[in-house]
Unconditional design. Structure first.
Lengths: 232, 149
């Protein structure tokens, strides 16, 4: 009698387990090792490349790299900037500098099998610049002497809220864009020479700027993404 | 594949709507400092018998042989950090030494440069009293220094 009771209990136990297995769903959040990166993307800003190689007075190249941690990315950008502005009355402004932007992103397309990304993120930007202005005195009352004023090693920082897309086009080739809302920069109005622009930020007479970057990228896979079953 | 197409479409759409902007050529800065004369006793605007007012480095005489009542506009040198102004009036000869700071920026190639005069102060004067009422020179402001005789 006791043995038959055990057998009946085992029957229901296995029957119940079998039923449970048929409905088993493994959520992406429960996959082991999901925060181990699956690939690294490298790229460059496309418009700046065109402007650099078609214009004489501007050199700006911006490079990007990101690495995934499940649905999150760590994003690093580095840029070099050189520009000369000259007008008809002999005023010449030269600026050169480098800039970094770093920050996290979250991908809202976490279930996309191609790993396309619709993201929102934050950036901290930092730049170091040298600039120089050569001009003659514009006053009609005093001698029009030539004057040269400059900044050396001037640094500035700012913050950005970013959003955009990263789309797989073919094998390792990706395209993307980043829309940026930049804020919190110093305008340097106390300086003898107020910079005309801040590399990586934009016009120095603005404290808030909207901007777009268009990326041409390549993704190097590090490992296969963990296999998951989705509950769609 | 359909999703990818939509993403690419969105990329081109964003490319169409994005654009760059250039700064306006409108500037509010000026290289003139505005001086007004007041009576010491009742603090009213004074009418002054002026023989001459000159600025060191400026060839022309700002005022000469006139009854002056109003605002005296004195040009400052953007390549210097001080100005020496000599007054020859009914009260005798007086000298005012102004100091200031300049900040220069290129607005754009088309607009040229803009010079901001700030921290206007004085290091010497021979008047009964003087007051700096505005230390950053703006075109819309017509009184920067008050001189009391």
């Amino acid at each position: 009698m006791r043995i038959s009771g055990y057998l009946i209990s085992l029957f229901f136990l296995f029957n119940g387990y079998s039923t449970l297995s048929q409905d088993l769903v493994i959520h992406p959040d429960s996959v082991k090792g999901k925060f181990i990166p699956t690939g690294v993307r490298f790229g460059a800003e496309a418009i700046n490349i065109v402007r650099t190689f078609t214009g004489d007075d501007l050199t700006e190249l911006t490079f990007i790299a990101d690495v995934d941690f499940y649905r999150y990315f760590l994003n690093v950008e580095f840029g070099v900037f050189e520009r000369t502005r000259q007008n008809a009355i002999g005023q010449t402004y030269d600026i050169s500098g480098t800039y970094f932007r770093v920050g996290p992103e979250v991908n809202f397309l976490k279930k996309d099998p191609e790993k396309n990304a619709l993201f929102f993120g934050l950036r901290y930007g930092w730049t170091s610049l040298d600039d120089e202005l050569r001009y003659s005195s514009p006053s009609s009352f005093y001698p029009t002497d030539e004057n040269v004023i400059s900044n050396s090693g001037l640094s500035a920082s700012w913050f950005e809220m970013v959003t955009g897309l990263k789309v797989k086009i073919w094998k390792y080739l990706w395209l993307g864009y980043t829309a940026r809302f930049k804020f919190g920069v110093d305008t340097f109005e106390r300086n003898e020479l107020i910079p005309h622009e801040i590399p990586g930020f934009g016009r120095a007479d603005e404290t808030v700027i909207w901007d777009f970057d268009y990326w041409l990228m390549f993704r190097i896979p590090i490992r296969k993404a963990p296999t998951v079953l989705f509950d769609e | 594949m359909k999703k990818t197409f939509l993403y690419i479409l969105a990329l081109f759409f964003m490319g169409v709507v994005s654009c760059a902007d250039d700064p306006d050529c409108i500037t509010s800065t000026t290289d003139f400092v505005n001086i007004r004369f007041y009576e010491m006793e009742n603090r009213d605007v004074d009418t002054l018998a002026v023989n001459s007012v000159t600025v060191l480095g400026v060839d022309s005489v700002l005022l000469t042989d006139e009854e002056f009542r109003g605002t005296l506009r004195v040009p400052l040198n953007p390549l210097a950090d001080s100005a020496i102004i000599s007054f020859n009036t009914e009260f005798g000869r007086d000298t005012l030494v102004l100091t200031y700071q300049t900040s220069t920026r290129l607005v754009s190639e088309d607009c040229g440069i803009e010079i901001l005069f700030s921290n206007v102060s004085y290091t010497r004067n021979d008047f009964d009293s003087i007051a700096i009422v505005n230390s950053t020179l703006i075109e819309e402001i017509n009184e920067d220094i008050r001189i009391f005789n």
